[in-house]
Design a protein around this ligand. Structure first.
Ligand code: ZN
Length: 264
C-alpha cells in the first residue's frame, strides 16, 4: 500500500516497484489523501478533482494497481484525527503487509501532513479500541519512507533499493496518465510549458528523462547489498525506501520475503 498526498505521488516514488509487485501477483493499493483540486493553473475545484480522479484510474490500470483518491482538498491537508482514522481503516481493510509513504521533511505541507498521518496510523492499526468498527490487524505492518532530496534534519537513508531498470518505460507510460500534471501543471510551474513535446512518443521520452531519480553512491551501495556488486553496476533506474521505526522492524530475511523482486 502506497500513500501519497496527491494523485501522482505514489506513482513517481514507487511506480516501478508497484509494477514488479503486480507482475508477481501481489495486490497493490495506491492512495492519494487529497483529490488534487489545486494542482493546475487554469482548472480548479470540483472540475479539476474529476479530471485527476480519472487520470489516477487510468494510471492504476497501467501500473496494474488499485488507485483510490480520497476527497480532501489539495493544498489544505491537515494531519487531523478524522483522516488518521480513515487511513487506519484503509490499512486494516487492505490487510497491508507494507505501507509506504513520504518522510515528514518536505517542501509541500500536504506531503508533510501525509507523512504525519501515516506515522500516526502506524501502531494504532493493531489497537482494537481505535476505530473499533474495523477489525484491527494482528501485526503492525512494515512502514517505509520513499526517497527524497531533503537533507535537514537528516537525509534519506536507503535501507531497501529496488532495481526498476526493466520496467522503467512502463512506469513512465503509467505516470504519463496524469496528463494535467506532467504535461501541463508541473511544466507551467517550472516555466517550461513551451518545451513539452506534442507527439506521444516524444512526450514519453521527455518525461522519462525528467523523472529519473538520482542513483546516489548510498543507493548504489544499497543496490549492491540486495542484488550483488556485479548486477548493481548495470542498474539504470532504482526506487529506494527507508524503514520507519514506528512500524514492524524487518530483518534482511523478512525484507527479501516481502520484496521478492530483490535478488538472493
Ligand atoms: Zn505531491
Amino acid at each position: 500500500m502506497v500513500i501519497g498526498a496527491h494523485p501522482d505521488d505514489a506513482d513517481v516514488t514507487t511506480g516501478g516497484t508497484a509494477i514488479q509487485f503486480a507482475k508477481l501477483g501481489h495486490r497493490v493499493l495506491f492512495i492519494s489523501v487529497t483529490n488534487g483540486d489545486a494542482g493546475h493553473f487554469s482548472n480548479g475545484g470540483g472540475a479539476l478533482a474529476k479530471i485527476r480522479r480519472s487520470e489516477a484510474e487510468e494510471a492504476g490500470l497501467r501500473f496494474g494497481v488499485t488507485y483510490k483518491v480520497l476527497d480532501n482538498h489539495d493544498g489544505e491537508l491537515t494531519a487531523d484525527l478524522n483522516i488518521r482514522l480513515d487511513l487506519i481503516r484503509l490499512i486494516r481493510e487492505w490487510k497491508a503487509d507494507v505501507v509506504i509513504g513520504p518522510r515528514p521533511y518536505d517542501y509541500h505541507p500536504d506531503h508533510r501532513n501525509t507523512a504525519i498521518l501515516i506515522q500516526d496510523a502506524a501502531f494504532m492499526v493493531i489497537v482494537p479500541n481505535i476505530a473499533p468498527d474495523t477489525p484491527p490487524l494482528k501485526k503492525n505492518p512494515v512502514f517505509l519512507f520513499v526517497q527524497d532530496r531533503f537533507q535537514k534534519p537528516n537525509p534519506f537513508s536507503p535501507d531497501i533499493s529496488v532495481d526498476i531498470s526493466d520496467v522503467y518505460k512502463q512506469k513512465i507510460y503509467a505516470v504519463a496518465a496524469h496528463e494535467s500534471q506532467f504535461f501541463e501543471w508541473l511544466p507551467w510551474l517550472a516555466g517550461t510549458l513551451d518545451q513539452v513535446p506534442q507527439e506521444e512518443e516524444a512526450k514519453l521520452e521527455w518525461l522519462g528523462k525528467q523523472r529519473k531519480s538520482e542513483i546516489t553512491p548510498e543507493i548504489r551501495t544499497s543496490l549492491a547489498k540486495w542484488y550483488g556488486v556485479e548486477r548493481s553496476k548495470s542498474i539504470t533506474a532504482a526506487e529506494s525506501f527507508e524503514i520507519c521505526e514506528y512500524g514492524r522492524m524487518p530483518g534482511d530475511d523478512e525484507i527479501r520475503r516481502l520484496f521478492p523482486m530483490l535478488g538472493n
